[in-house]
Ligand binder design. Structure first.
Ligand code: NAD
Length: 260
């Protein structure tokens, strides 16, 4: 159980992050939601977590491209709840384009959100974890932290980067009972995946059905999407005592994709 613990999940107003926040709340953790979206929908997700799981839930709107806002968010959470015990770096965006046409501002944005934000949350939250002698840092990486696909240069670079950042940090924090791991899903059916279908159709000259079957599920031998609840269940497991010796690992949940 995670009661009396606090979990901060970046990019948790939607998709995988929201499922992880809800699953940690179900274990008794107070949770902090972060991300963008419709204010009323975010408030209803936040209030829903409180009423459904009997925990406290806070919303922090920090922009993961802004190091100052990230540091302020961690300080506010520590002020409100006393600690950040579980840090899930999950915020992420995708952009699909040939590398020579890739807009530089999209490159910078993807590196900032998908990689650098984790450095900034960690450097803010780690001193408290070290002081308390317990912590769990879980980074939502991707199959693209292990293998590549064409037209996703920034995303693949950022995800390989976060895999390396996780390993280095895991070694540093091993003596402090703080574990750092990546969860690397294959294709999970979320708004992020749905939104990249039109661009992939354009970049590869395919229909929507061809993108789903021949591009996305082609890579995944099970021919099924991963669910957000499956990813969340692995995040919950990484917070247990049974997982205390799992650190510096990059755990795939990709229907066999990266075994090929
Ligand atoms: P999603 O679009 O449903 O959720 C992304 C979340 O990040 C949202 O809450 C969004 O508001 C937030 N976000 C975006 N920009 C932000 C910013 N600047 N500051 C703060 N929050 C911001 O996508 P998802 O599929 O749930 O993706 C979550 C993570 O999982 C990402 O890191 C993604 O790369 C990774 N992932 C997804 C898949 C997949 O197939 N869906 C596969 C592997 C890895």
């Amino acid at each position: 159980t995670l009661s009396s613990k606090t979990a901060l999940v970046t990019g948790s107003t939607s998709g995988i992050g929201l499922a992880i926040a809800r699953a940690l709340a179900a274990q008794g953790a107070n949770v902090v939601l972060n991300g963008f979206g419709d204010a009323a929908a975010i408030e209803s997700a936040r209030a829903g977590i409180e009423s459904e799981f009997g925990v406290k839930a806070l919303y922090e709107g920090a922009d993961m491209t802004k190091p100052d806002e990230i540091a302020a968010m961690v300080r506010e959470v520590e002020g409100a709840f006393g600690s950040v015990d579980v840090l899930v770096n999950n915020a992420g965006i995708q952009f699909v384009s040939p590398v020579d046409e890739f807009p530089p501002e999209k490159w910078e944005q993807i590196i900032a959100i998908n990689l650098s934000s984790a450095f900034y949350t960690m450097r803010a939250a780690i001193p408290g974890m070290k002081a308390r002698g317990w912590g769990r840092i879980i980074n939502t990486a991707s199959a693209h932290s292990i293998v590549a696909s064409p037209f996703k240069s920034a995303y693949v670079a950022a995800k390989h980067g976060i895999a390396g950042l996780s390993k280095a940090t895991a070694l540093e924090l091993a003596p402090h009972k703080v574990t750092v791991n990546c969860i690397s899903p294959g294709y999970v059916w979320t708004p992020l995946v749905e939104a990249q279908i039109p661009d992939t159709m354009k970049a590869r000259g395919l229909t929507q059905e061809q993108v789903i079957q021949d591009v996305m599920l082609k890579a995944q031998p099970t021919k099924e999407f991963v669910t957000v609840d499956q990813v969340a269940a692995l995040a919950v497991f990484l917070c247990t005592d049974a997982a205390s010796q799992i650190t510096g690992a990059n755990l795939s949940m990709d229907g066999g994709w990266t075994a090929q």
